[in-house]
Design a protein around this ligand. Structure first.
Ligand code: FMN
Length: 140
């Protein structure tokens, strides 16, 4: 059974390019080998990640990510069974929340991910993906 989860967390320390690249390198290799797809949005001190895959694999990965010392205040925003993947083209796409273009800012003027619902966050992620904000992470 396939599921999708979305969680939110706060970075411990600055979100440097080195840290982000280390996370993405590990994520893209492991996720590809284990049938996980998703998106990692990062910036402004937070991580927002959508993970899709077999329920057991996603659960196992989430518990590993939850325990990762590079972030804290991990909150599960959304969990659902899915018939089809939404992010099937990405083992882990990377979207920078620091590069949000002005049009998105107008549409989402007070984006506080800790205070909004999982489905709104997902809409926000899709918005960013549709605008071509993906930096890297194609599955191919
Ligand atoms: C924000 C964030 C997102 C992460 N996403 C993934 C991921 O999608 N896949 C993955 O394998 N590891 C991911 N990691 C790394 C894991 O937390 C963990 O470090 C890695 O799986 C290695 O675990 P191990 O040291 O227990 O082997 C992420 C870490 C952070 C901080």
């Amino acid at each position: 059974m396939l599921i999708r989860i979305i969680y939110l967390s706060t970075a411990v320390g600055p979100q440097t390019t080195t840290m982000t690249n280390a996370i993405l390198k590990k994520a893209q290799a492991w996720n590809k080998a284990n049938g996980i797809t998703g998106v990692l949005c990062q910036g402004q001190g937070v991580f927002l990640q959508a993970l899709e895959g077999e329920r057991s694999t996603v659960t196992q990965l989430y518990s590993r990510i939850y325990a990762d010392q590079r972030h804290t205040n991990v909150e599960l925003l959304h969990c659902e069974s899915i018939a089809k993947r939404r992010y099937e083209n990405w083992s882990m796409a990377h979207v920078s929340l620091s590069d949000i273009d002005p049009a998105t800012k107008i549409k989402w003027p007070e984006f506080d991910p800790y205070s909004i619902s999982g489905s709104l966050v997902m809409a926000r992620i899709d918005d960013l993906l549709a605008k071509g904000s993906v930096i890297q992470g194609s599955n191919s």
